[in-house]
Design a protein around this ligand. Structure first.
Ligand code: SAH
Length: 347
């Protein structure tokens, strides 16, 4: 709340309609207001120029719009653009626009900071502040889409929820945003072009399985051995591999959608033959794809990327088990926009 006003983008359309009826205004104005909020992306009620001045005043007196602003942009040699956004209450967070030959992907955040503190991730090193609202998550896509049209002359083709934060710990706002993004009132993006990445929150994975939206699920695994995963990802102490595996099985039974596993290769940490065996055993539970990720250095950390020959051996072993495996190319490293490097220096 800002000065006792209510965030209008947290309201449902029925709630906006109720407000209008109470004020003696026509209920159909709701559709105009919703268009201004989500399709035109205004930050001020005064911009809603097809509403009467008195209605605009009434709206301003009761509500505020939690529109984010762009604070700074950084462009990489490979054309990846990192955008530093700022919220109405002056918190900074990041979104990334990643052009490729046949696509433009927006990587968006769901929290300011992250409470999970994975030991290899830069976001975990800054203070966790709060969940982003639905409006703030949506705005990143809206703004990155505008930027994509401007710079690359095409709309966004894909959205990955892999920026700062753990989306399944901000479940409702993330799901409401996805629903809006795929609806015609929002951007009309196909759910097949949206990927949500989680560090492994079993209840969230099961809830997602029960939703009607069929987006892609990516699980950040990084080790299939509890003893190692506990150190790399402290969340594993709360939700171990057995619980994670049960949730993934449930998800797969419900959706029949292939799971993607992200596996960061850390030199001499999780790149041995034993690690590869554990990974292929774990991933047997459903159809899947394994994405091996090159480690992106973060500040003051203890890890190093795996050696080339280790990467090849690891990949070959997975292939020998007839699993689909890819090696993710890293983008935007020079501007700290690559995976796990999102940690703005403003906090
Ligand atoms: N919390 C979610 C989404 C954010 S992290 C999750 O954990 O999936 C997005 C991806 O970047 C995850 O797979 C994460 O493990 C990976 N990542 C984190 N730090 C990294 C680093 N230093 N180098 C490469 N990838 C990293």
């Amino acid at each position: 709340m800002v000065n006792d006003k209510i965030n209008i983008r947290n309201l449902t359309s029925q709630e906006i309609e109720c407000f209008l009826i109470k004020q003696g205004d026509k209920p159909f104005r709701k559709d105009q207001i919703i268009k201004w909020l989500w399709q035109k992306g205004v930050s001020d009620f005064n911009e809603m120029n097809n509403l009467s001045e008195s209605l605009r005043e009434k709206l301003s007196a009761s509500f505020y719009i939690d529109k984010i602003k762009t604070a700074e942009k950084f462009t990489s040699k490979d054309k990846t653009i990192k955008v530093l956004f700022i919220t109405l209450d002056n918190l900074y967070f990041e979104g990334v626009l990643i052009p490729d030959r046949d696509r433009v992907t927006a990587c968006i955040s769901t929290q300011v900071g992250c409470p999970l503190k994975c030991s290899f991730c830069a976001t975990g090193k800054i203070k966790y502040i709060r969940n982003l609202t639905m409006g703030e998550i949506f705005d990143q896509v809206f703004e990155l889409n505008k930027l994509s049209e401007n710079k690359f002359k095409r709309k966004l083709s894909n959205i990955v929820i892999m920026g700062m934060g753990e989306p399944l710990l901000n479940y409702d706002n993330t799901i409401r945003t996805i629903n809006l993004l795929i609806s015609k009132d929002g951007l009309g993006i196909s759910p097949q072009r949206i990927t949500l990445s989680t560090a492994g929150i079993p209840q969230g994975i099961m809830d997602l399985a029960n939703e009607k939206i069929k987006i892609n699920l990516s699980v950040s695994l990084h080790s299939a051995l509890d003893s190692k995963r506990n150190i790399l990802m402290p969340v594993n102490k709360k939700y171990n591999l057995e619980l994670l595996s049960a949730a993934i099985k449930y998800y797969y039974q419900k959706t029949e959608k292939r799971i993607t596993y992200e596996y960061l290769l850390l030199g001499d940490i999780n790149d041995s033959h034993e690690d590869a065996v554990a990974l292929t055993e774990f991933t047997k539970i459903s159809a899947c794809k394994i994405n091996l990720i090159e480690y992106n250095p973060t500040e003051n950390d203890i890890y190093k990327p795996s050696k080339k020959e280790k990467v090849i051996q690891f990949e070959d072993y997975i292939k020998s088990k007839n699993l689909v495996v890819t090696i993710r190319k890293s983008k935007g490293q020079d501007i700290h926009a690559a995976c796990g490097q999102l940690a703005n220096k403003k906090h």
